[in-house]
Design a protein around this ligand. Structure first.
Ligand code: GLA
Length: 383
C-alpha cells in the first residue's frame, strides 16, 4: 500500500477522478448525466490540529503552504503572499464550509494525485472532495453525500471562480465500483447502473491540454441560459433546457439566434440520449450504449462545437477498431481525453492500435489506459 510521508497522520482520504460516459454539458441545464468514478485518485493524509492553521504539502508539485482559516477571504498564506493555484481548492472548501455554517479546524496534510491535470478527468473536483471528506471526518459534519458534493461545487464556483455544474464532485463522492451513476442534476436523485458485462473502459488522453476552456465553457453556459429564457417566454413552465423535449425544441427553434440554437439543440438531444443510454445499460446492451456514445461525440463536435481535431481523430480511429462499441470526448472538451467502451477480449490490441494510429495521424503520443469504474471518496482512520 502506498504510504504518504506523514507518520503522525490519523486519517487517510482517497477521492477519485471521474469519466463521464454520456450527458455532456447538460449538468448546468438541469439535465441527467452518466459519469463513473475512476481508479485514479487523490490521496490525502491528515494529522488534525488544534488551532486555525492548515499546513499542506503538495507532494507532486514539491510545494507547501500554510494558510489560516481566519483569513480565507483574502486568498493569502500566513505570510500574506497569494495562495498558489492548487491551494485555492482546499482553502475554497474551508471557505464554503464556513459560509454554510459548518465547523472547520486546522491540520497538517500531505497529498498526491495520479489524475492527470487539465485532462477532463476532474482532478480539481477530486482535490476538493478529498479535503471536504477530511474535514467532514474531523469535524463530524452531518451532511449527506450530495450535500458534500454541493459544498465542493460552491467552493469551485465562488472561491476558485469556475462556474461548473455538479457532476464532477457528485461522481467523486458517490462512485460505485463497476457502475455508472445515473444522476438527475435537478432532483438530485441518482442510482447506480452496471456497466455492460465483458466490457472495459479505456481512457485515451490526447495530451492536448485544454486551452480557453474556461471562457468557452462560460460562453456555452450563457448561450444555454439565453435559449432557456427565450423559449420560456413562449412555453410556460420552461425554466431550463431540461424542460424542452426534442420535438418541442424543433417546433420552436426559430425563436433562437445562431449559434445559440445549435448549442441548445445539442443539450436537448443529449438529455434525451442519456435516458435512452440508461435503458441500454440496464439491459446490459453494449452495442446500443456504444452507438449513443458515438452520436454524443458527433453532437459535441458539430452542434456544441467543443471538440478539437485530435479528439475527433481519436474517436474516428477507435470506432473502426475491432471490439470498440463506442468512443467520445469526455468532460468539457477543447482538449483532454476520450472514453472508449471496449470488448474485454480485444482491449490490449485496441489500446496498442489506438496509440500507434493516433501518433501516425497527429504526431502526438497519446496516454492510453484501462480504467475501472470505482467507489467514491472514502476515509480510513489510521490510529
Ligand atoms: C466540466 C464541468 C462539469 C460539466 C462538464 C461538461 O467537467 O466541471 O460540471 O459541465 O464540464 O459536461
Amino acid at each position: 500500500m502506498f504510504t504518504l510521508p506523514l507518520p503522525s497522520a490519523t486519517l487517510k482520504v482517497t477521492a477519485p477522478g471521474r469519466v463521464n460516459l454520456l450527458g455532456e454539458h447538460v449538468d448546468y441545464n438541469d439535465g441527467v448525466v452518466l459519469p463513473a468514478a475512476i481508479d485514479r485518485t487523490v490521496k490525502l493524509a491528515i494529522e488534525p490540529g488544534q488551532g486555525n492553521e492548515v499546513h499542506l504539502v503538495a507532494l507532486d508539485l514539491n510545494q507547501e503552504v500554510t494558510f489560516s482559516l481566519l483569513d480565507l477571504e483574502k486568498k493569502v498564506d500566513v505570510t500574506n503572499s497569494p495562495l498558489p493555484a492548487w491551494a485555492l481548492y482546499p482553502a475554497g472548501v474551508a471557505w464554503a464550509a464556513k459560509k454554510v455554517g459548518l465547523p472547520v479546524i486546522g491540520f497538517r496534510g500531505v497529498f498526491t494525485s495520479d489524475i492527470p491535470i487539465g485532462a477532463g478527468l476532474s482532478s480539481s473536483a477530486a482535490v476538493e472532495v478529498a479535503f471536504a471528506a477530511g474535514w467532514q471526518a474531523m469535524c463530524a459534519w452531518s451532511i449527506d453525500p450530495v450535500q458534500l458534493a454541493r459544498l465542493c461545487q460552491l467552493a469551485e464556483n465562488q472561491y476558485v471562480g469556475v462556474n461548473c455544474g455538479l457532476m464532477d464532485q457528485f461522481a467523486s463522492v458517490n462512485g460505485v465500483a463497476g457502475h455508472a451513476l445515473y444522476f438527475d442534476t435537478r432532483s438530485l436523485a441518482w442510482r447506480a447502473v452496471p456497466l455492460p458485462p465483458h466490457t472495459a473502459l479505456v481512457i485515451a488522453d490526447s495530451t492536448v491540454r485544454r486551452s480557453l476552456a474556461d471562457s468557452n465553457y462560460n460562453d456555452r453556459r450563457a448561450a444555454c441560459e439565453e435559449a432557456a429564457r427565450l423559449l420560456g417566454e413562449k412555453l410556460p413552465g420552461v425554466k431550463a433546457l431540461r424542460d424542452v423535449p426534442p420535438e418541442t425544441f424543433r417546433e420552436h427553434a426559430s425563436l433562437l439566434r445562431e449559434p445559440v440554437r445549435t448549442y441548445a439543440q445539442h443539450v436537448v438531444e443529449e438529455i434525451a440520449r442519456v435516458e435512452r443510454a440508461a435503458r441500454c445499460l440496464e439491459q446490459g446492451d453494449a452495442v446500443c450504449f456504444g452507438q449513443l456514445m458515438l452520436e454524443g461525440h458527433a453532437s459535441l463536435r458539430d452542434l456544441y462545437q467543443v471538440s478539437i481535431p485530435e479528439l475527433d481523430t481519436l474517436v474516428e480511429i477507435a470506432a473502426n477498431l475491432p471490439g470498440c462499441y463506442g468512443a467520445r470526448l469526455t468532460g468539457a472538451g477543447f482538449g483532454g481525453c476520450t472514453v472508449n467502451l471496449v470488448d474485454e477480449d480485444e482491449v490490449d490490441d485496441f489500446m496498442e492500435s489506438l496509440a500507434v494510429d493516433y501518433q501516425e495521424a497527429t504526431g502526438h503520443q497519446a496516454e492510453i489506459y484501462l480504467c475501472r469504474a470505482s467507489q467514491g471518496a472514502r476515509v480510513e482512520r489510521l490510529k
